[in-house]
Design a protein around this ligand. Structure first.
Ligand SMILES: Cc1cc2nc3c(=O)[nH]c(=O)nc-3n(C[C@H](O)[C@H](O)[C@H](O)COP(=O)(O)OP(=O)(O)OC[C@H]3O[C@@H](n4cnc5c(N)ncnc54)[C@H](O)[C@@H]3O)c2cc1C
Length: 389
C-alpha cells in the first residue's frame, strides 16, 4: 500500500480543484491527490456562467487571472413567467467560459501547485484505523468528495440521495450569435413552471443556450425527457438553433446540507449546493471546495466538524433564504412581482443578483416591497387568495 495522503479529492470539477488548490495553498508540503474518471480537458453540461462571486473565489484560491482573457458580461435581461421584464447592468460582471476550458485550467493550476492528478474512477471506500481507504489502494487522512450530481462517494458513505422535488434537469447547447452580443438572457416559462431558457454569449460569436425545469414537472408531462427539453429550448429561443446538446441533473439546495460523514466531506454538487432559484452551482462548488480543502489541512483531527462550521458561516443564512424564496417562487405571480419590482428599483435588481448568483440574503423592507407588488398585481388580476371572483 502507498504512503498516506493528507487529502484525496475525488472529482476534478470546480469543487475538487478548489479543495486541492486550497489545501496546497495553506500547507504546501501537504500530500494531495486528485482523482477524476475523465482526462482533462473534458466537457460538462453547464450554462458556463461564472458569477462575479466565483471570480472572488478564484482570487482567494490564488488564481485571480484564470479567466481574465474572457469578456466580462455586464448586462442581464430577465423575462418573468408572466412577461414582466427587467434589463439592467449588473453591479459586478459575470463571465461565460466553456467548462472544457475552465475546469482544465483549474486542474492545471492544481497540478502546478504540486497536486498529483490521476485518471481513476472511484468505486469503493472504507474507514480503516482513522483513515479512509479508497478502492483498497489509496489511504487518506481526509477525502473531499467532489464527484458531482451523481456522486458515487455520497452513495458509498450512505448520505441520502437527492429527492426528485429538489432535482432539476437541464439541457445545454451552443448557438451562433453576433460577436457583439453581450447580454445574458433568461426567459422564464409559465408552462411547467419553474422552468427557464437562457442564452449566455461567450464573446467569440457563440452562446451557451439551454433550458431547465424541475424533474417532477418534466415527469408530469409523460413525454420523453429529450423531447420536452429540446422542444422547449427551440420554442423559447427559436432564433438560436443549438448544437452539441447535452443534459444533466442539478441537485438543488433544500436549505440545509448534509456535508459528509466521518473523514469524508462532500463539496459542490455532491453536497447538493445548487441555487434552487437559478441553478447556479459553480460559485458554491468553488466556495465549498475551498472550505473543505481548508478543513482537511487545518483541522486534521476532525475535518468534517470544521467544514460544517465553515459552511454554516459562509452559506447558512443564504441557503435558508433561497429555500424560502424557492418555495414562494413556486407561484409564478411571486416571480412576476419580483421582476416587476426589480425593473422599477435598481436595489431590488442588485439584490436578486446577489441572492441568485452569490451568497446574498433579503432585508425585510425589500421582501415587503416584492410582496406588496405581488399583492397589487394579484388584486389587479383578481387572483389573490380568492378575495375577488
Ligand atoms: C445544463 C446545466 C447548466 C448549468 N449552468 C450553470 C451555470 O451557468 N452557472 C453555474 O454556476 N452553474 C451551472 N450549472 C451547475 C454546475 O454545472 C454545477 O453546479 C457544477 O458543475 C458543480 O461542480 P462540481 O465540481 O461539484 O461537479 P462537476 O463539475 O460535475 O465535477 C465532478 C467531477 O467528478 C468526476 N467524477 C464523477 N464520478 C467520479 C468517480 N466515481 N471517480 C472519479 N471522478 C469522478 C467527473 O468526471 C467530474 O469531472 C449548470 C448545470 C447544468 C446541468
Amino acid at each position: 500500500m502507498e504512503d498516506v495522503w493528507d487529502l484525496v479529492v475525488v472529482g476534478g470539477g470546480p469543487a475538487g480543484s478548489a479543495a486541492a488548490l486550497r489545501a496546497k495553498q495553506l500547507r504546501p508540503q501537504a500530500r494531495v491527490l486528485l482523482l477524476d474518471k475523465a482526462d482533462f480537458p473534458r466537457d460538462k453540461a453547464c450554462g458556463d456562467g461564472i458569477a462575479a462571486h466565483g471570480r472572488d473565489e478564484l482570487a482567494l484560491l490564488g488564481v485571480p487571472d484564470l479567466i481574465a482573457d474572457y469578456r466580462p458580461a455586464r448586462r442581464l435581461s430577465i423575462v418573468s413567467p408572466g412577461g414582466a421584464r427587467v434589463h439592467a447592468a449588473v453591479a459586478r460582471p459575470n463571465h461565460v467560459v466553456p467548462r472544457a476550458v475552465f475546469d482544465a485550467r483549474l486542474v492545471d493550476a492544481a497540478r502546478e501547485r504540486g497536486v498529483e492528478v490521476r485518471r481513476h474512477r472511484v468505486r469503493a471506500l472504507a474507514a480503516r484505523d482513522g483513515h479512509v481507504v479508497v478502492d483498497d489502494a489509496v489511504t487518506a487522512r481526509a477525502v473531499v468528495a467532489a464527484d458531482g450530481a451523481n456522486s458515487t462517494v455520497r452513495r458509498l458513505v450512505g448520505v441520502r440521495s437527492f429527492p426528485a422535488r429538489h432535482t432539476a434537469i437541464a439541457v445545454r447547447g451552443y448557438a451562433d450569435v453576433p460577436v457583439e452580443d453581450d447580454v445574458q438572457l433568461i426567459a422564464m416559462q409559465r408552462d411547467g413552471w419553474p422552468a427557464y431558457a437562457w442564452s449566455f454569449p461567450v464573446g467569440d460569436g457563440s452562446a451557451n443556450v439551454g433550458f431547465g425545469m424541475l424533474l417532477p414537472r418534466l415527469r408530469a408531462t409523460g413525454l420523453p425527457g429529450r423531447e420536452v427539453l429540446h422542444g422547449r429550448l427551440a420554442e423559447l429561443l427559436p432564433h438560436l438553433p443549438a448544437r452539441d446538446l447535452r443534459a444533466h441533473h442539478l441537485p438543488l439546495s433544500p436549505g440545509r446540507a448534509e456535508p459528509g460523514l466521518g473523514r469524508v466531506m462532500l463539496a459542490g454538487d455532491a453536497a447538493g449546493f445548487v441555487n434552487p432559484l437559478t441553478g447556479e452551482g459553480i460559485y458554491y462548488a468553488l466556495l465549498s471546495g475551498r472550505l473543505a480543502g481548508e478543513a482537511a489541512v487545518q483541522a486534521a483531527d476532525d475535518p468534517l466538524a470544521a467544514y460544517r462550521r465553515g459552511l454554516g458561516r459562509a452559506l447558512g443564512r443564504h441557503l435558508r433564504t433561497t429555500d424560502v424564496l424557492a418555495r414562494a417562487a413556486q407561484r409564478p405571480g411571486f416571480v412576476d412581482a419580483a421582476i416587476d419590482t426589480a425593473a422599477r428599483r435598481p436595489e431590488v435588481f442588485d439584490l436578486l443578483v446577489e441572492v441568485g448568483l452569490g451568497a446574498g440574503t433579503v432585508p425585510l423592507p425589500l421582501a415587503c416591497a416584492v410582496v406588496r407588488r405581488w399583492l397589487v398585481n394579484g388584486l389587479r388580476g383578481g387572483r389573490i387568495l380568492g378575495l375577488l371572483p
